[in-house]
Write a protein that binds this ligand. Structure first.
Ligand code: GLC
Length: 676
């Protein structure tokens, strides 16, 4: 019998039949049938999920039930066996025993958790007790507005004067820091303040912590989507919690976002690939369908269909895999990554990334703004940040995939891609004085298999700023490579994560850090760390950004400085045995980051101003700082995030390198452990 949610993820063929008939039964009794089931087909080489959406697909559904007789595993929405979830059963420190009901309507989509309390009932949730006072509300208790009012009337001075507390962010949806106050006793130190702020940014779904809000700026007039949990923004939060031994929030985040992965998502009738993870999600409380006296909480994801510019969050799934691996390494609990639904989630992401297309390169082809820089910035094509995260996710996935029938093809595809990708990036993206000189002397229009200038780069492309900027010692990976185009800008996250994931060779990794040290005044200056260098100006800015007023030169994505990047800098410098680089940067940040109220970014060449439109109390600025501090205090913990190149990859790489015409003209046959 399927009785507990724990069973849901390991349903096997016999129980599947039972479950199917249960579904049909509940439908007959007028309950909602979960409208999406995902399961493996044994015949599929990549474990392709099969999708059934909405009860209107019943014929298909019946077909699946028949096929399921030979099926091994089934992936179901968490808790979909329960028609509602009862708030009194919530426990902050437990795996959520909730009901998630995919909604078929466009307006009311998302995961649902039903509050079965009738409006007007009094309810005491453990998470909603504030200073001994029960919050009384007819709706779900964890609403920001209710709690804000309570706090203001209970805590803040009532004489109408503004106090410092007015400037402090409030708990996000009714939940306070663990000690039940908005500030802990030891707010003297920046770290204590950061922890308080991080805790106040926690978002709860039906009583369980599931993520952190992007920014908790009490003075911001337009919230836009900064009140949502962004997948990429949560990564430093999640790591900070892991390093602090607070695992539940990370586990919940991993499992809830996984449920969103298989959601229906469309933009103007077009659906992106099924493995796509949302850019962000929001917890909404809405009246229950057909019963206005009740409310339910809904997880409402945004896959880019509401995002400014409608950009695709390609990095979300890659970060999700990286966090999943870090969770396993840090907690020692591999049961999460071994779950059938989690394994399927990994495979769906990989399938999407490894799908064949028209591309000639092993790098992942994406549209502009598909990562941290989520606006038009001329990073369409094969931007370094995506490649570094892609490589990292492949390495992490390889470690976590459990061998099973039918996964051989996937593993083979993954291994081949790892080798080809690392070769491509190390060879063609690398830039130092020697390479610039090589490009400067390139022959062009080489039609042949053994061309040295494979991408037909015209030497005139070398920008004048680069000639003086490149130090004699050090180098970096360029931002992007396309036919006849090299984007020579330095992008920090891509370079730092190439070190962390070992996409860059050991020598290259050291050279990147040498470069950072040599260019400290440009890349760090008054606040770490420049998102990219240099800024685009004038006509170039006008054409490439589309005259974006947010991305003016030396602001925001266009040469702005982002404190969150401190954590990636720290992991990279610890990995290379050079933590003093991160220490110096953290020390610099500490001088003003808390005084400036944890801005999202800084502007100007030397990062002297708080960014023009920067949010204050930006969560990933806070979490990035905390992760940097925690790792510097305990450098061995950086291993949860780093990957070392294994001998298979190293051998395959050296075989490829010796066959490269840039080194040895002419095509040579080499023995390769992987088919590339
Ligand atoms: C901005 C950033 C993006 C971040 C989001 C939320 O859009 O460019 O990387 O995820 O804000 O903080």
């Amino acid at each position: 019998m399927l009785t507990t949610p724990a069973n849901i993820h390991t349903v096997c063929s016999e129980t599947f039949k039972e479950y199917s008939s249960w579904l049909l039964r509940v439908r007959v009794f007028g309950h909602r049938v979960p409208n999406r089931l995902l399961y493996h087909l044994p015949s599929s080489s990549y474990g392709h999920p099969c999708l059934i959406s909405s009860s209107s697909h019943l014929p298909e559904y019946n077909r699946v039930i028949k096929m399921a007789a030979s099926e091994t595993v089934l992936r179901l929405p968490l808790g979909s066996l329960f028609s509602s979830c009862h708030l009194p059963s919530f426990s902050l420190n437990s795996t959520p025993l909730l009901s998630f009901k995919p909604s078929s309507s466009r307006k009311r989509r998302g995961l649902r958790c039903t509050n079965t309390l009738a409006r007007g009932d009094t309810f005491q949730s453990p998470d909603c007790v504030f200073k001994g006072k029960k919050l009384q509300s007819t709706r779900c208790r964890c609403q920001r507005n209710d709690v804000e009012e309570d706090i203001r009337s209970n805590l803040l001075p009532s004489d109408g004067l503004k106090s410092d507390l007015d400037e402090m962010p409030l708990p996000v949806n009714g939940n306070l820091s663990s000690n039940g106050s908005t500030q802990s006793a030891g707010t003297n130190s920046i770290e204590d303040e950061a922890w308080d702020l991080l805790r106040q940014s926690i978002v709860y779904y039906c009583g369980s912590p599931i993520g952190t809000i992007a920014a908790n700026d009490p003075n911001s007039t337009s919230v836009l989507n900064y009140d949502q949990v962004f997948i990429r923004d949560f990564i430093p939060s999640g790591i900070a919690f892991l390093l602090k031994g607070e695992y539940d929030i990370v586990r919940n985040f991993i499992l809830y976002t996984l449920q969103l992965q298989s959601w229906e998502k469309t933009m103007d009738c077009h659906s992106p690939g099924q493995g796509l993870m949302p850019a962000s999600f929001k917890v909404k409380t809405v009246p229950l369908d057909g019963d206005d006296s009740m409310t339910e909480e809904v997880l409402d994801p945004d896959f880019g269909e509401a995002a400014i510019g409608r950009v695709a969050p390609v990095d979300s799934g890659l970060w999700w895999i990286i966090l999943l691996r870090a969770y396993g390494k840090c907690t020692g609990d591999v049961s999460v990554q071994e779950r059938v639904d989690v394994q399927t989630g990994i495979k769906m992401i990989l399938k999407l990334c490894l799908a064949d297309g028209f591309d000639m390169f092993p790098t992942l082809l994406v549209t502009d703004g598909s990562c941290m820089i989520d606006r038009r910035m001329g990073i369409h094509g094969h931007p370094l940040e995506i490649q570094a995260l892609f490589y990292s996710a492949l390495v992490c996935a390889r470690e976590m995939l459990t061998p099973e029938d039918g996964s051989d093809d996937l593993i083979r595809a993954l291994n081949n891609r790892l080798v080809a990708l690392s070769f491509h990036i190390r060879e063609y993206y690398w830039l130092d004085m020697k390479k610039i000189n090589e490009i400067y002397r390139y022959q062009t229009e080489e039609y042949s298999y053994d061309a040295v200038n494979k991408f037909n780069i015209y030497p005139d492309q070398i920008p004048s700023w680069l000639v003086d900027f490149m130090p004699n010692r050090g180098g970096y990976l360029i931002g992007n490579l396309q036919p006849a185009h090299m984007d020579f800008r330095f992008f920090s996250l891509g370079n730092l994560w190439s070190i962390v994931s070992s996409l860059a060779t050991n020598d290259q990794s050291h050279a990147i850090l040498d470069f950072v040290e040599a260019k400290w005044a440009e890349l760090v200056a008054d606040m770490p760390f420049k998102i990219c260098y240099p800024a685009m100006e004038g006509e170039e800015w006008r054409i490439i950004t589309g005259s974006d007023p947010k991305n003016t030169p030396w602001s925001y994505h266009n040469g702005g400085s982002w404190p969150t990047l401190l954590w990636q800098l720290t992991v990279a410098s610890i990995k290379m045995g050079r933590p003093e680089i991160a220490e110096k940067a953290v020390e610099l940040a500490e001088r003003r980051i808390a005084i400036d109220k944890w801005p999202e970014y800084y502007d100007t060449k030397r990062a002297r101003f708080i960014g023009k439109q920067a949010r204050l109390y930006q969560t990933w600025s806070i979490a990035g700082y905390l992760v940097a501090k925690l790792l510097l205090a305990n450098p061995s913990a950086a291993k949860f995030l780093t990957s070392e190149e294994d001998s298979d990859l190293r051998n395959a790489f050296s075989c490829m390198i010796s066959a490269n015409p840039r080194r040895t003209r002419g095509r040579k046959k080499t023995q390769q452990p992987f088919i590339v």
